[in-house]
Design a protein around this ligand. Sequence first.
Ligand code: G1P
Ligand code: ZN
Length: 543
Amino acid sequence: MNIEIVPGKPIDGQIPGTSGLRKKTRIFMQSGYLENFIQAIFNAIGGAGGKTFVVGGDGRFFNARAIQTIIRMAVANGAVKMIVGRNGLLSTPAASHLIRLNGTDGGLILSASHNPGGIDEDFGVKFNTPNGGPAPEKITNEIFRQTTILESYAIVTGPDIDLNEIGHRTIGDMQIEIVDPVADYLVLMQTLFDFDSLRALFASGFSMRFDAMHAVTGPYATAILEDALGAPAGTVQNAIPLENFGGGHPDPNPVWAKPLVDLMMSDASPDFAAASDGDGDRNMILGRGIYVTPSDSLAVLCANAHLASGYKSGLSGVARSMPTSRAADRVADKLKIGCFETPTGWKFFGNLLDAGMATICGEESAGTGSNHVREKDGLWAVLLWLNILAVRRETVVDILKAHWREFGRNYYSRHDYEEVDTAIANDLVADLQSRLGDLPGKDIQGHQIETADNFTYADPVDGSISEKQGIRIGFEGGARAVLRLSGTGTEGATLRVYLEYFEPDPDRHDIDPQVALAPIAAAINEIAKISRRTGRVGPDLMT
Ligand code: G1P
Ligand code: ZN
């Protein structure tokens, strides 16, 4: 074994403040690129010497190669142990759990989440801290700083490690433990949910489909739903992880999981369906004839979580990202528990979860999770829904309608304008920002603006301040539009417009959401001059 110190070089492309690096795969494959980033991570955390890490990814193209490189670098940097998922696979929530369970010094998760995979698609690496969550800004900023000053990286030479067999290996002084990616996660799920009731539900003939989208949740969903809970073989579809996710976008939304949505809207619909994304942290929930928006799902899960054994003593609080609908707030009000509004991005939930101030968290972008790990967790959301269905024995539609009757309905939709010219998008936001003070009191197409600001978050645990997290326009009667630029796109800018309108009257709970929200969409279009500035007649995507 030979430690080589290779001249490194600053790499460009990391966006300060984001929790990892996401790039085209070919960029990661350039000689030294991945190596420089990994060395920057090690340097940013005070070196890898004497430390233990978890490493695994969603199985996309370059996953296995990258893990071999990371292992060699960990050895050269003096790490004592790496826990690796068999075949290099670990879902993001399972990696978070392994970090916590084993008390490691963090973990490296290889994924570009719901982005396509392949040599011409996307790859990504992120660092999670010992609490199991995405690195907070002070660490990501330091990683970024390291990427700009790096002079060398350390790596050992030697043969590849066989990642396909569970067991222990060593290279030099470092131990490598290859683990079953599912086993510990399954045990964790058994502590949260009542597996006997779930087995009884499936035994009663309850039918479901889970679309793993050829991504990492395939083995997890098969082991849990089919093997442990007795759902019939074939319940999990697209269950074998593929390096290119079968050529699709492993993104569980009505666009990329259209076949599943079509099935649920057809006469052949099973009782329940769900899907997850590339790395297993997102979820989509469907009932017969109905798509449950993530915002509604969060609210229903909070209102019913006590039906599952892991949450039977109730929730300490709920947290949602600012653009997520306020449906969950109504539940928190009724339960008399804390309710927190955070900036977009799971990392902002970490302090609230660590401090025991929130039990369940959610984002409108198909992310839901709880204090069992420090990432959002797609299969967890599916199992909590199943547990609720097993206890209530009602259909998804009936549960949702009863929820709206009790709490009112927050109509909600997100409109995305993709690949907008970056300068145009930045100007649009800057112009709107400069006019925020003049907006309150204005009447736009019959809608009176009450409030207008750019969201500032003061973390109640550590007091840190995050500014300009999204422009919020509040209208008379409680309707709301939020506007922000995506931080995760890889081409141009993505403008996200989030629309919400509250309807207390149960006789008006059956309107098509796009129809219910059309007046707010038109108003924000006029206020922010979206069509005029972007030249687009409408959004590219409505979820
Ligand atoms: C998007 C979602 C956000 C989520 C993030 C990572 O970020 O909107 O809720 O936390 O992906 O999955 P955005 O592209 O909007 O910055
Ligand atoms: Zn993801």
